[in-house]
Design a binder for this molecule. Structure first.
Ligand code: HSE
Length: 359
């Protein structure tokens, strides 16, 4: 089956997806899935559409120069507009040549916008949605899931918590049957990278600059350092695990900027290390306690396995005890991989639904 994709936001993540779709074409075919990019829109770069599919060669050639570059204009059937605004984007999302909307714009932790409007319009227009954007999922997961269910489409957001490292799909597949009573994790690559670099002797400022250059940090790195990025991820996890309906006020949050460079270096000499830890726990009466705070972890603690930009999350389960998942938590291709895995999941479900309907 063919899935026609609209890429909303064409920064590192969706450019990474574009590359992955080319290199993983044969892999996708193993699952019976073919993809075609029919729309790309970005507030800075403009909009390109072609209902028959945008030529990948032209798109590749124009990425370096911005989307309105000549290779795309010369591509038959392709329409290029130099600008993009919310109304135009919403209209594009609802187009009949789009099956899956891939939302990878910046995260606004206060309102979730404009991503929330992108997701809502897509689901209301019966398009499947894949997003790596924490805003809409943390702030409006239940509303969006119910719109998706009402319209018979899927909402997938694996990349919102640990980029390509599977955590949400772990709890919805392989951990089913276990009761998860709590989790704690290193859920922000930038702050973890900065803590490691400072421990190794760098200043806070130069470590932050390096994280920005490497593409780990949010557009506003304060979200990484002050903890609001982890706060959103804790909300997403708690809501996915327990339907908790947590809002930001339910997750007290303190970042790493209150730590001193000497404090961070001292912990290393004593065998432990500071980490920014996001956690939540559900008691037997259903009460949920969640927080984001820096913690000095002792030598041998399982979360110390997460160094650099690596993330880790430990689930407390009734049957298995502690289950820890470690892997990349940021990066353009790593996050794009989460979209690819969501795409396979949607493709398989759509194919299974079509087979069932035909039987
Ligand atoms: N800025 C985030 C991080 C990206 O550093 O973890 C992934 O959410």
């Amino acid at each position: 089956m063919e899935l026609r994709l609209a890429l909303i936001g064409f920064g590192g993540v969706n450019q990474g997806l574009f590359e992955l779709l080319l290199s993983k074409k044969d892999e996708l075919r193993k699952y019976g899935i073919d993809t075609k990019i029919t729309a790309v829109t970005d507030l800075r770069l403009g909009t390109v559409t072609n209902p028959s599919g945008i030529s990948t060669d032209a798109l590749r050639a124009s990425i370096q120069a911005g989307l309105s570059a000549i290779p795309l204009q010369a591509d038959p059937g392709t329409s290029v507009t130099p600008d993009s605004d919310l109304d135009a984007t919403l209209k594009l999302i609802a187009s009949d040549f789009v099956d899956v909307v891939v939302e990878a714009t910046f995260t606004d932790p206060q309102t979730g916008e404009p991503a929330l409007s992108h997701c809502r319009t897509a689901l209301e227009s019966s398009k499947h949605v894949i997003t790596t954007n924490k805003g809409p999922i943390a702030l409006a997961q239940q509303e969006l899931v119910s719109i998706a269910n009402r319209n018979g489409v899927f909402l997938k957001y694996e990349g919102t918590v640990m980029s390509g490292t599977p955590v949400l799909r772990q709890i919805s597949t392989t951990l089913r049957g276990c009761e998860v009573t709590g989790f704690s994790g290193i859920l922000n690559g930038t702050s973890n990278f900065v803590l490691g670099e400072v421990a190794a002797g760098k200043t806070f400022d130069s470590a932050i600059q390096e994280a920005q250059v490497l593409g780990y940090a949010e557009a506003n790195p304060a979200a990484d350092l002050e903890g609001s990025d982890v706060q959103l991820k804790v909300m997403i996890m708690a809501n996915a695990l327990w339907g908790a309906g947590l809002c930001r006020d339910d997750v007290p949050c303190r970042g790493i900027t209150g730590l001193t460079e000497s404090e961070i270096r001292r912990a290393i000499t004593e065998g432990g290390a500071w980490r920014l830890v996001g956690s939540a726990r559900r008691s037997s009466d259903g009460t949920i306690v969640a927080s984001v705070e820096p913690k000095e972890l002792p030598a041998g603690h399982p979360l110390l396995a997460a160094t650099g930009v690596t993330n880790a999350i430990s689930f407390d389960t009734d049957v298995l005890g502690l289950v820890t998942v470690t892997g990349p938590g940021a990066g353009r291709v790593e996050t794009a991989f989460a979209i690819l895995s969501d795409l396979i999941d949607i493709g398989e479900k759509v194919i299974a639904g079509a087979t069932e309907a035909a039987a």
